[in-house]
Design a protein around this ligand. Sequence first.
Ligand SMILES: Cc1cc2nc3c(=O)[nH]c(=O)nc-3n(C[C@H](O)[C@H](O)[C@H](O)COP(=O)(O)OP(=O)(O)OC[C@H]3O[C@@H](n4cnc5c(N)ncnc54)[C@H](O)[C@@H]3O)c2cc1C
Length: 462
Amino acid sequence: MANDASTVFDLVILGGGSGGYAAALRGAQLGLDVALIEKDKLGGTCLHRGCIPTKALLHAGELADQAREGAEFGVKTTLEGIDMAGVHKYKDGVVSGLYKGLQGLVASRKITYVTGEGRLSSATSVDVDGQRYEGRHILLATGSVPKSLPGLEIDGDRVISSDHALVLDRVPKSAVVLGGGVIGVEFASAWKSFGTDVTIVEALPHLVPAEDEGSSKLLERAFRKRGINFSLGSRFSGVEYTDNGVKVSLENGKTFEAELLLVAVGRGPVSQGLGYEEAGVAMDRGFVLVDEYMQTNVPTISAVGDLVPTLQLAHVGFAEGMLVAERLAGQKTVPIDYDGVPRVTYCHPEVASVGITEAKAKELYGSDKVVTLKYNLAGNGRSKILKTAGEIKLVQVRDGAVVGVHMVGDRMGEQVGEAQLIYNWEALPAEVAQLVHAHPTQNEALGEAHLALAGKPLHSHD
Ligand SMILES: Cc1cc2nc3c(=O)[nH]c(=O)nc-3n(C[C@H](O)[C@H](O)[C@H](O)COP(=O)(O)OP(=O)(O)OC[C@H]3O[C@@H](n4cnc5c(N)ncnc54)[C@H](O)[C@@H]3O)c2cc1C
């Protein structure tokens, strides 16, 4: 469709990241006339600066670890070194292949794709470079960018964000990672695999603090074993430049010197100066507020993805974007159960979960109504073959459904698919126990955990 002044689109989308492009693809599929406005690259953070490139780095790191550890499997390997240019070539190849595919997909759905910086000019229009795009509905999907702390300047050289870390041309000799959340531990893990001496600084008492405490403790144990250092429970107080890098100080008086500091303290919404306030959109600390159908207080405006205060995950953006498109196309939609969204941290070992933590379950149902079961991966043949340690923890409401699945171990992210069916279909342990799981797989560990919870443990003790 041409962007002449008389065109009124069904949906004008500002931002072509996971949330925005998912809404565009689904909307077009349902027959809506869609305009998608993106100032940088289609695919946004996830494809270019997030999920995909980090997982490529982590995979290269896994290969480095395997090369070092070949002798443990009777295979004669040594790690000669990391060729960072080669790692980037591999990573960029993955990204560019997916980018091309996505561009083709958007073109094939007859979406009007607009390159340029957009600004909301009214409740039903977005301006880009002097051109107005009118829509019966507007979707705000401008995403997020790395945050810092007050007084901590990210200079892109010695004090860097994840954006810089992804294009670093060398393996740093040493690094302090500020923030022990998902992004921080993933970089710490990849760098350690490449040979960096890493220290993570986390103000809260545990790494990956949003996870079940049991998972955090298992990850901490595994990181300790890998020689990844971390300091928990004390806040950052300052950083100064040294001759060779940085010196990071904490409120408890500890200091750490390293070649660089990666700031991974979270991501803030991109909403300043984009006309949102002027259009009357309700916001809180930069996040756009929405109801459970992703609608803002302005009836013609919706918002999705990292811009709204829900889980900052690409698949959450996809789901929210699709929900908006379906609602606008007149389909029946149901709100997203955010507890039912799978979460994976792709460090070595991986942390994967769905549902609620043991602590949250106790808060909701009362301590006496919550049952937990831990299945140690030491009893799982496939995990033993891979030489990975870890655990699956189930949280059940007594005599009821499984409300939380928490897993730690290499490749356990691949098991979260079944775990999410168990949670979202409110499965009883006995129902899962009835399903036959393939042997020897890591997936079998989920089956075994449910056998045990149903009172008939096979490869675990009563
Ligand atoms: C290092 C890292 C690793 C991650 N790993 C994972 C992972 O493994 N799994 C996972 O699920 N999630 C992961 N995430 C999170 C995931 O990337 C985000 O949740 C997701 O990208 C959010 O999508 P979005 O569409 O809301 O925003 P974004 O992807 O940020 O897209 C917003 C888009 O809007 C554009 N834009 C902004 N302002 C304007 C404007 N004025 N005009 C035009 N365009 C504009 C931007 O250029 C951008 O392309 C990771 C994030 C990071 C940083």
